[in-house]
Structures are given as structure tokens and as C-alpha cells.
Design a protein around this ligand. Structure first.
Ligand SMILES: *Cc1c(COP(=O)(O)O)cnc(C)c1O
Length: 385
């Protein structure tokens, strides 16, 4: 089965470009709101680093989600898209002074603090403005995620967060400072996680940490469990929606949230991956010694995930219905890693055929580069056609 594309509107357009199916995005957002909305103290923040296309941000903002930022540029993009500061959280191991100042000026909900030196800087910058910044501590829970090594973030060896053994010291330190207010704990164990056991392990860890803090009479207002829910890259047509029921249900069953606490999620990939496709034109079909290549006009400068993480993306020929043949689909960049997929079955490919590289809505357009002095790909939503 193929995805449905307004191909008649694609003809003659400059390629490559991203196409975002807004009907699927809206259905995804409705599902998230339905599942998470069962609890009025649960809040979902969209992790803007997955896709910051302004039109996409706008739709996500309209659906009522908050935002999770990892840079000052992202805070600005969120504010421009209409997200209120009161729904923005800000994480990152290396926040610079201007980024912290921007967060303070926008009265963001919370800085997710990753070190003691960072806490001291936030306190002094807030003092200069006569304000109090809300902070949560990102705790490294030493919980592994069964995903690619480059996208696991919650192990003791990773650079992220504060070690569990330092948790009470940093909370005490924040309590002694005038211009920060400790509000909660933050976690994020990795990305493209499909094994709910990983999230259950996170819940168990948080339960232990909460018990420990309660024994010391430390009150925590909010728990933020980060993001990481994965999508089905193999079957974007059959499974266009991630299993939000299983995901949210895991936290409902296993996390012992106190009645006064709010629970925050930071989903990125799960919100936007499946709605996006990179549309690329076939330049040449080349017969090699042992295989044939479909050489397309998109390269890893447009979508880097296959080259960077050996990620799989399903590819469809949306211009042909002829019987399938086997192709390596490769880009024009002068690097051997510029391969989208090897040995893919595609409807017979001709020069000029448009291919859709599926599930490319997350960590696609936003990671594009100008290497080889190439143009940046444009992003279109359904309503643009
Ligand atoms: C990247 C990131 C997310 C989102 O991760 P996804 O796997 O896209 O859901 C959430 N929180 C933080 C702190 C992140 O860095």
C-alpha cells in the first residue's frame, strides 16, 4: 500500500521538498489530547527540536500543547508561533547567558537544570532582573533505553543531567538561593523507544526517588518524564499513529504521582514523524555491476538520519505503478554515506519519477545543512497546495 499524496500538485515544483500531511498531524494531536486529557494534571509539551517549521508549530500550538525547548532560538520560535511562556520548558547541558535571559524575560514555566554551575548562573541572572526563575533538576536516572546508542541519554555515562546521588544536595542548594524556586524533577532517557518496559523502568526509578525525597520532607510539585516514544518506520501506512494508549497507560499504571503533582511529557518524534515525507525527484537510473541505483536529487543534507544513525525510512515511488524492481536509492553528495536505503523494492523507476521518503517529519527538515553549497529544502503543508 502507498501513502496518499496530492501528486498532481507536486509536478513542476522544485525538489526536494518536505510535505507535511496536516490531516494526520491533527489526528495525532487529537489522539494525544484524548489519552493525556483523561488527567487534568497531565501536560504534554511538544519537543520543538524534532521539527520547527512555523506552520507545523502553529498547528501544534493551536491544539493546546506546550513546548519543550533546548535553545534560545527554539524559545524564540515557540513564542513567535504563539506558545505562551507559561507552557514552555527549557532543557540543555549548555545554556548560554542570552538564552537564560530570554527564558527569564518570557517567564517560562521551568528551566530544566543540568548542573550546579548552571543553577548558579540562572540565580545570578534572575537576581539582576529582580525575578525568581522556576527550576527543575534533570536527574540522570541511569535507565537504559533499547534504542540506537547515539540517542540513549539516561545512562550514567551520558553527559546529560545530574547524578542521582547529588539530587538532594542540589535541591538544598536551590533552597538557599533567593532567585530560583525549585519546582520539580525532570528525566529523559532517549528516543525512538518502542519497549514500554523502558518507560516502566523509568517510573520505578522515579517512585524510588520520590520516596527518598519524602523521607526528607522535600516537596516536589512537578514530575517531567521527558519524551522518547518511537514510531513505526517500517509501516507508516499501516501504523501511522504511535501507540499513545500504551505509552500514557504505562505512566498511569506505574508512576505513583502524588495528588498535588503535575505530570509533564515532552514528545517530539511521536507527534511529527509520520506526517512528513521528503519528496525527491529521480535524476538517473544507473545499472551497476551487481545492482541498480536510483540516483535522486535529495541527499543527506536534506535528511541525515540514514547517514547519521543508520536509520531506516520506507521509500515509495509515487509516480509509477509498474512492477517492482530492486534499487539502492542514493543522493548526489560526494560522500559514500549518502545512501537512503539499500535493496529497496520500488515500482519500476524512471528518470523524473518522484519518490517519497516516508516518516521524515521528525529530525528531517530541521537537521538540513548547506554542505556542498546545496539549497535548503522547503517545507509545505497540505494547505499550501
Ligand atoms: C529530544 C528531547 C525530547 C524529545 O525526544 P523525542 O524522542 O523526539 O520524543 C524530549 N526532551 C528532551 C529533553 C529532549 O532533549
Amino acid at each position: 500500500m502507498k501513502g496518499t499524496f496530492p501528486t498532481e500538485h507536486f509536478e513542476g515544483r522544485e525538489t526536494p521538498f518536505y510535505y507535511y500531511d496536516t490531516a494526520l498531524l491533527r489526528e495525532t494531536l487529537r489522539t494525544i489530547n484524548r489519552e493525556a486529557g483523561k488527567h487534568d494534571n497531565w501536560h504534554v509539551h511538544y519537543a520543538i527540536k524534532a521539527n520547527a517549521n512555523p506552520k507545523v508549530l502553529n498547528i501544534i500550538c493551536q491544539a493546546g500543547l506546550g513546548a519543550d525547548c533546548v535553545s534560545g532560538g527554539e524559545i524564540q520560535a515557540c513564542v513567535d508561533a504563539g506558545f505562551p511562556g507559561s507552557k514552555i520548558v527549557f532543557a540543555g547541558v549548555g545554556k548560554s547567558d542570552w538564552e537564560i535571559n530570554l527564558g527569564i524575560d518570557k517567564n517560562i514555566l521551568c528551566f530544566n537544570v543540568e548542573s550546579i554551575p548552571e543553577l548558579e548562573v540562572i540565580n545570578s541572572l534572575a537576581a539582576k532582573k529582580g525575578k525568581v526563575a522556576r527550576v527543575a533538576f534533570r536527574i540522570n536516572p541511569d535507565v537504559g533505553a533499547h534504542t540506537h546508542a547515539n540517542i540513549t541519554t539516561g545512562l550514567a555515562e551520558n553527559k546529560f543531567g545530574i547524578a542521582m546521588r547529588d539530587m538532594e544536595d542540589v535541591i538544598a542548594m536551590a533552597a538557599s538561593m533567593e532567585n530560583v524556586k525549585f519546582t520539580g524533577l525532570h528525566f529523559h532517557i532517549g528516543s525512538q523507544i518502542l519497549d514500554m518496559g523502558d518507560f516502566r523502568a523509568l517510573c520505578n526509578r522515579i517512585n524510588d526517588l520520590q520516596d527518598q525525597l519524602e523521607r526528607h520532607r522535600i516537596r516536589v510539585e512537578s514530575i517531567n518524564v521527558g519524551g522518547g516514544l518511537g514510531v513505526d518506520y517500517k509501516h507508516p501506512n499501516r501504523l501511522p499513529l504511535p501507540d499513545f494508549k500504551a505509552y500514557f497507560g504505562t505512566f498511569e499504571r506505574h508512576l505513583r504521582l502524588r495528588p498535588w503533582q503535575t505530570l509533564h511529557f515532552e514528545l517530539g518524534r511521536a507527534v511529527v514523524a509520520q506526517m512528513g515525507s521528503l519528496i525527491t525527484k529521480t535524476l538517473y537510473v544507473k545499472q551497476g555491476a551487481t545492482k541498480q541505483f536510483a540516483i535522486v536529487d535529495a541527499g543527506f543534507t536534506d535528511l541525515i538520519r540514514p547517514a547519521l544513525y543508520q536509520a531506516y525510512h520506507k521509500i515509495e515511488n509515487i509516480s509509477s505503478e509498474e512492477p517492482c524492481e530492486t534499487y539502492d536509492v542514493v543522493g548526489p553528495i560526494c560522500e559514500s554515506s549518502d545512501v537512503f536505503v539499500k535493496a529497496a523494492d520500488l515500482n519500476k523507476v524512471h528518470r523524473g519519477d518522484l519518490l517519497a521518503i516516508r516518516s521524515a517529519g521528525a529530525y528531517g527538515e530541521i537537521m538540513a545543512s548547506r554542505y556542498n553549497c546545496r539549497k535548503m529544502p522547503q517545507g509545505f503543508i497540505t494547505e499550501d497546495f
